[in-house]
Design a protein around this ligand. Structure first.
Ligand code: ADP
Ligand code: MG
Length: 259
């Protein structure tokens, strides 16, 4: 018997899709304000994309649309074969596979670091406490903060909290990681410890979209760098070309400012 749910699944899957993320003619408005204009973006499995551009250009809005923290009004966003629509089953399916790390670490202040890491896997992935603990310890060690497992977030430095936030995302075993300026709120001496974790993740083959102005990271890790301005993707290049021969005048001006 084919249930309605199964039919919806079949309809929203696109077999043979080569891209893990496929965004076509995306348009979004905040009331009257046209924040994303005809955005097209395809991301292959394992690809690393760095997104940069001036403040207010729509970078956060774009990546928040990918796990539907923001709704779009026009166009199509397909993540791992699920189209993002009002269908909450698809939204939950995508959120289980897509991890997100924000500028503000968003750890639960009243939970220990270990509890922060085990909460979502137990509730959303329905794994046992024992399994969740095992995963949590694995990723705490991976980001080098195992000794802080029983502390509360406020007892950690910003860099340690952000590494905990990354470990928390990894405990959900995502297929895609979205980063929105993960080092922007950190004191300069803590930026590298977070970028190092991100580089390791990239080397392990994670599909990553990173909004960041850390251009050293972009050069080292990105397959493509995207430049956004006023709601549009105005340039997409491999890092070498992006930094040495950018084509768009606004990219050129932006690179002058940050160097
Ligand atoms: P960026 O991350 O590139 O700085 P954002 O995506 O945060 O840009 O914002 C793009 C534009 O949309 C900005 O002009 C911002 O003020 C506006 N904006 C962002 N979020 C909202 C919102 N929830 N409501 C209305 N306007 C918003
Ligand atoms: Mg932003």
């Amino acid at each position: 018997m084919i249930t309605q749910e199964m039919t919806e699944r079949v309809e929203t899957k696109t077999p043979g899709e080569d891209f893990i993320i496929s965004i076509d003619n995306l348009n979004k408005w905040y009331d009257e304000f046209h924040v994303l204009i005809d955005v097209n973006l395809k991301v292959a499995q394992g690809e690393k994309i760095v997104i940069c551009g001036p403040s207010g250009s729509g970078k956060s809005t774009l990546i928040r649309c990918i796990n539907r923290l923001e709704k779009h009004q026009q166009g199509c966003i397909n993540v791992m074969g699920h189209e993002l629509t009002e269908n909450t089953k698809d939204v939950s399916a995508i959120r289980r596979e897509v991890g997100m790390v924000f500028q503000s670490f968003n750890l639960f202040p009243h939970l220990t670091i270990l509890q922060n890491l085990t909460l979502a896997p137990i509730w959303l992935r329905k794994i046992s406490q024992k399994e969740a603990d095992k995963l949590a310890w694995k990723y705490l060690k991976r980001v080098n903060i195992a000794e802080h497992a029983y502390k509360f977030p406020s007892q950690l430095s910003g860099g340690q909290q952000q590494r905990a936030a990354i470990a928390r995302s990894l405990c959900m075993q995502p297929k895609i990681m979205l980063f929105d300026e993960p080092t922007s709120a950190l004191d300069p001496e803590m930026v590298n410890e977070v970028l190092d974790v991100m580089v390791t993740l990239a080397d392990e083959g994670m599909t990553m979209l990173c909004v960041t102005h850390e251009m050293g990271f972009a050069r080292r890790v990105a397959d493509h760098v995207i430049f956004m301005d006023e709601g549009k993707i105005v340039e997409r290049q491999v890092p070498d070309k992006f930094f040495t021969q950018p084509e768009n005048e606004r990219t050129i001006q932006f690179l002058k400012q940050i160097h």
